[in-house]
Each structure stands twice: as C-alpha cells, then as structure tokens.
Design a protein around this ligand. Structure first.
Ligand code: ADP
Length: 162
C-alpha cells in the first residue's frame, strides 16, 4: 500500500490545503495529514482543534487519516510506513525553502521521497497566515476555507466582540 504523509501547521486548514490533499488521494492509497506540534509558533488553534477541523473537512474521504506529530517529519513518515511526503507549491516564493527542506529530508531518510503538487489558480494566493490576519480584523474569509474552519473563525470573532 502506498502511504503518504502530508505534513504542515494547518493553522488553519484552507481550501488550498484541501485541494492538495484531494489530489494526493488520487495518487496514494492512504494520505495521512500530519499536524506539526510546533512549540515555537503560537498558533491560533490548538492541535486538537486543527485535527477536528481537518477531519470535518474530509469526512467523506475514506483514504485520509488525520494525526499530529512532533520531531522530525521523516521519523514520523518512517514510523507510519510512508514512502512519500506531500508538499504543496504556490508561487516561486515557496520553492527555495521547500527545495532546501526536501534535500535535507532526503539526506536524513533517502527512502522517503518528497512529492510536490502544484496549487490551482484559485488557491495561489491563499495562505493560513493571511487568512488569520484578515479574520482577526473581522474580514470575511469564507471563500478561502472549508465550512468547519469558517465556523470556528466566526466563533472566535464573536468571542472577541463580547
Ligand atoms: P508549514 O508551516 O509546514 O509551511 P502550512 O500549513 O503553511 O505548513 O502548509 C502545509 C503545506 O501546504 C505546505 O507544503 C504548503 O506549501 C502547502 N500550502 C499552503 N497553502 C497552499 C495553497 N494555497 N495551495 C497549495 N499548497 C499550499
């Protein structure tokens, strides 16, 4: 069985992420969306909330699993028996850091291959950080995120308004 890990912060999960995930499920038998527990970033949503929202967004998709991990991504991939890491590429701005990370990961674990999938026209300007910024100032980002994420962002905005 061909297993891939799609690692990321997903804070929050966007339609750009969903698009990459859906494409990956067409290539692999199982795709594990792996939420990185990164103590250096101060996230908007907890790892548990992110897992829940991703799960709700892909509920109808049987070959997707959602999990979290810390430490090296390649160690996690090896642990779950994945031969591939999936990453999305938007503009050239993603390229340099992704290239560097893929080469490092390949040094660390030559048996794990990074596969890059290109974003679509509709999602090329979507980023979690921009979405957070706009939502924080009360802007509507429903066009950019799955429904379960939109609901949570709206709830946060309501709580802030109280
Ligand atoms: P990280 O903190 O690891 O960069 P992100 O949650 O920002 O995690 O992104 C996870 C992966 O999804 C990365 O490979 C990133 O390039 C990709 N990605 C993010 N936004 C988009 C988008 N709009 N279209 C395609 N891929 C995307």
């Amino acid at each position: 069985m061909r297993i891939a890990v799609y690692p990321g912060s997903f804070d929050p999960f966007t339609l750009g992420h969903l698009d990459i995930l859906e494409r990956a499920t067409g290539i692999f038998d199982k795709v594990i969306v792996a939420v990185l527990e990164n103590p250096n970033k101060s996230p908007l949503f907890s790892v548990e909330e992110r897992i829940e929202m991703i799960g709700e967004s892909v509920a109808q998709n049987g070959n997707v699993e959602v999990d979290s991990f810390d430490g090296l991504t390649v160690d996690y991939a090896k642990k779950v028996g994945a031969g591939s890491l999936v990453r999305g590429l938007r503009a050239t701005s993603d390229f340099e850091s992704e290239f560097q990370m893929a080469l490092f990961n390949r040094k660390l674990a030559p048996e794990v291959t990074t596969v890059f999938l290109m974003t679509s026209f509709a999602n090329v300007f979507l980023s979690s950080s921009l979405i957070k910024e706009v939502a924080r100032h009360g802007g509507n980002v429903d066009f950019a995120v799955p429904e379960s994420v939109a609901k949570r962002l709206a709830r946060l905005a309501e709580n802030r308004g109280q």
